[in-house]
Design a protein around this ligand. Structure first.
Ligand code: AMP
Length: 218
């Protein structure tokens, strides 16, 4: 299964990808995660990406495409993969087509996750990540007391939560603008290829997962 999850920041791509990883045992490839790891390590690529990420702009296509080429060349992608946050503009989508044609692994589906603008902002405001295990939670939707009961699988201690630096209000507004201007045109692009499926991605996690499973089965 080779799929792309397409959706605005906060639409649940990462969360749903993780569920697909567990169910289908194929890797999640998130360019955002790869870039954040490069920034954290202080690699040259990370340094080049840092400024655009902090400002909520897209990182240069050459950087992102280089990372994707390398990642898709790894052996764990042979049975499939979930692309999360890539492609983000038409140039990336065309380059992906070309790359997948070359390696003989065309996409099976692109699923668009639809979430209302107000709900996106709300979800992003409540999003926190554990700095030890990387688990992403939402303070606004977690049942009361759930987090206190949980232990980080890496440390055995309570999760140490932080807010992503680009999840602040001003940067989120810019990221949503970038999504509208540069990523939304991919909806028509993939529809034209007969790959697009759209789901309502509002509602509780289980409901959205079920809609996604149905979209992928159809
Ligand atoms: P994300 O975790 O997907 O929300 O991505 C966080 C940030 O990383 C984005 O706001 C961009 O600055 C950068 N980024 C992630 N994926 C891409 C991509 N495919 N192309 C360009 N920039 C990206």
């Amino acid at each position: 299964m080779r799929i792309v999850l397409l959706g605005a920041p906060g639409s649940g791509k990462g969360t749903q990808s993780q569920r697909l990883v567990e169910r289908h045992h194929i890797p999640q490839i998130s360019t955002g995660d790869l870039l954040r790891a490069a920034v954290a390590k202080g690699t040259l690529l990370g340094l080049q990406a840092q400024e655009a990420m902090a400002a909520g702009r897209l990182v240069a296509d050459e950087i992102v495409l280089g990372m994707i080429r390398e990642r898709l060349g790894e052996s764990d992608t042979r049975e499939g993969f979930i692309l999360d946050g890539f492609p983000r503009n038409l140039a990336q989508a065309r380059a992906l087509d070309e790359l997948l044609r070359t390696i003989g692994q065309p996409l099976d589906a692109v699923v668009q996750l639809n979430v209302d603008y107000g709900e996106l902002s709300r979800r992003i405001a409540g999003r926190r990540t554990c700095s030890d295990c990387g688990r992403v939670v939402n303070l606004l939707t977690l049942p009361a007391g759930a987090l206190e009961q949980e232990r980080c699988p890496k440390t055995g201690q309570p999760h140490r939560l932080f807010q992503r630096p680009d999840d602040n209000e001003a940067t989120v507004a810019q990221r949503l603008r970038v999504y509208d201007e540069q990523t939304c045109p991919l909806v028509d692009y993939f529809r034209g290829q007969g790959l697009l499926r759209s789901i309502d991605a509002e509602g509780d996690l289980e409901t959205v997962s079920a809609r996604l499973a149905q979209a992928l089965a159809g």
